[in-house]
Design a protein around this ligand. Structure first.
Ligand code: ZN
Length: 157
């Protein structure tokens, strides 16, 4: 198993930049562990250091299809006071079976916060322009945890 570092720019169909890696701070992920969306991981298979690629990923291989009508409202008072709740923020909700599910804040209006389990990028085709900047073997810890521990593998826990 390999830990791969990539620089990337993510755009939508219209070319708007949705996300990108910061300068000198590539995205570091454990290949094969579903740390990144499936379509991107598949496209990176077999790539070598220095290789550049443009990859378009359909929603099904990205953040999923957007399912409408799944949002709900919660009272601001049920959330920690010290946290600033803003649109786009990710929270964790308890599902019907007490399973933890990620939700995203779509609206904050007075005492009411609207959350939606759709990822903000659900339903979108994702266009990645990327470059592989490093590949190294995963450490035993990383394999056990299923994620990378920083570029050097030193940020273990
Ligand atoms: Zn870990």
């Amino acid at each position: 198993e390999k830990v791969v570092s990539i620089e990337y720019v993510l755009t939508d169909d219209a070319g708007n930049v949705l996300d990108k890696s910061e300068a000198d701070k590539p995205l570091v992920y454990l290949h094969g562990a579903r740390n990144i969306v499936p379509g991107l991981e598949r496209a990176l298979y077999g790539k070598t250091v220095g290789e550049e690629a443009k990859v378009s990923v359909d929603p099904e291989q990205g953040y999923g299809k957007r399912v409408p009508g799944r949002s709900w409202q919660i009272a601001r008072s049920t959330l920690p006071k010290e946290v600033t709740i803003a649109r786009g923020m990710q929270l964790t909700a308890s599902g019907p079976d007490n399973r933890k599910i990620p939700v995203w804040v779509t609206k904050v209006q007075g005492p009411t916060v609207t959350v939606d389990p759709n990822h903000p990028l659900a339903g979108m085709r994702l266009h990645f322009s990327l470059k592989v900047v490093a590949i190294r073997d995963a450490t035993a810890d990383e394999k056990a945890h299923g994620h990378a521990h920083g570029a050097d593998g030193h940020a273990g826990h």
